[in-house]
Design a protein around this ligand. Structure first.
Ligand SMILES: [Zn+2]
Length: 152
């Protein structure tokens, strides 16, 4: 159990597919950018035929378990006001899921990551923080590239 973040690719919407789905499949694009279809052959198709992204996942990171997220919270506690998105919507708990951050907010999230990158953290915390920020940057990059939210 912990905090996962995912950005789905948009190969379906942009029709950059390796194998087109059968015409009678009703494929729905959900709010988080993922795809849904009732056909039993949909998942195998999504897994390795649709495009080069396994299951249509462009970027996925395990941000950490409850302990790690709580440690990150302690590190940035005094900067809460500078990082409202990270503080209130990402590390507010170590287990939230089912939410997603819309594309319109990603540039503000990016500014918060850059703010934290400029701070200096204690030696023992630095590696964890660097890793967390690097993961966020990769998610942000994927979100920009595929025009999909980051979902948790
Ligand atoms: Zn793809």
């Amino acid at each position: 159990m912990g905090l996962d973040a995912t950005v789905y690719c948009n190969c379906f919407q942009t029709k950059r597919m390796n194998v087109l789905p059968p015409k009678d499949w009703v494929i729905e694009v959900l709010n988080d950018g993922s795809l849904n279809c009732d056909n039993p052959f949909f998942i195998p198709w999504l897994d390795d035929e649709m495009c080069n992204h396994k299951y249509g996942v462009a970027c996925e990171h395990y941000l950490g378990n409850i302990t790690l997220i709580s440690n990150l919270r302690n590190q940035v506690n005094k900067y809460q006001e500078n990082i409202p998105i990270i503080w209130n919507e990402i590390i507010y708990s170590g287990t939230h899921c089912g939410s997603h951050m819309n594309v319109s907010r990603i540039s503000d999230l990016h500014k918060e990551v850059i703010f934290l990158q400029k701070l200096s953290f204690q030696e023992q915390d630095k590696e964890r923080m660097d890793n967390f920020l690097q993961q966020l940057l990769e998610l942000i990059e994927a979100s920009n590239k595929y025009n999909h939210p980051i979902s948790f």
